[in-house]
Design a protein around this ligand. Structure first.
Ligand SMILES: [Zn+2]
Length: 219
């Protein structure tokens, strides 16, 4: 008869357990696993440049108050607009977003989360979820410049198309609620390897927030 101890030892022979290495080293390794998964996901984002991208670009002239800013637009019966900047009111007034170029009436997302990119703000927005009925298949979000890597990964998980992605390093990124509020989507963002490593290690809540903080710095 095989004892439980034998079974456990068999598992340990597979290699050095990620559950036992120093926490700092563990963080580094798992962050690398997530980065690799994010890159793979981002490569799957559907890429069909569309007219609505031009509308988004019109909302962020390079000479605007924040050249690094980005606009995202979802067009349905009216336009829903978001910017990266947390100075939403100023941006809206500056760009004169009462009536938009094109369809209907502008609406804008009132999400001031620091580091949350424009397309992530649209994704999290209640009006967007009402406009789409929560079904994102066939949804296209216009953006003034291509998505960054983690945003492209989120779009791939959501099944939303955009004009594609760029490879620039982020200086600032915040997770959308869309990912944080769903265990399933969080795991898809992390990828199977990182999810397994985290489950094996069993992080405390403090360690979990350290891990998340490290991720947003390095994605
Ligand atoms: Zn982004």
């Amino acid at each position: 008869m095989q004892s439980e101890v034998d079974v456990e030892m068999d598992v340990q022979e597979d290699g050095p357990s990620l559950a036992r290495i120093p926490f700092e080293r563990f963080l580094e390794l798992v962050v690398e696993m997530v980065k690799s998964n994010v890159k793979t996901l981002a490569g799957k984002v559907r890429d069909n440049a569309a007219e609505i991208d031009r509308v988004a670009a019109q909302l962020t002239p390079a000479s605007g108050p924040s050249a690094a800013n980005c606009a995202a637009v979802y067009r349905d019966d009216h336009d829903l607009v978001a910017w990266n900047t947390n100075l939403l009111t100023k941006a809206r007034d500056y760009y004169g977003c009462n009536a938009g170029p094109g369809a209907g009436v502008w609406d804008y997302v009132t999400d001031n989360t620091l580091g949350k990119h424009a397309e992530m703000k649209i994704l999290d927005d209640q009006a967007f979820n009402e406009m789409t009925g929560g079904n994102f298949s066939g949804v296209y979000i216009g953006i003034s410049k291509p998505c960054c890597l983690p945003c492209a990964a989120v779009m791939a998980i959501a099944g939303i198309s955009t004009r594609g992605r760029h490879a620039d390093k982020n200086t600032n990124w915040a997770f959308p609620r869309y990912i944080l509020d769903s265990e399933d989507r969080w795991k898809r963002f992390l990828g199977a390897k990182a999810t397994e490593a985290l489950a094996e290690r069993g992080l405390s809540s403090t360690q979990r927030s350290m891990f998340r903080g490290r991720l947003v710095q390095q994605l």
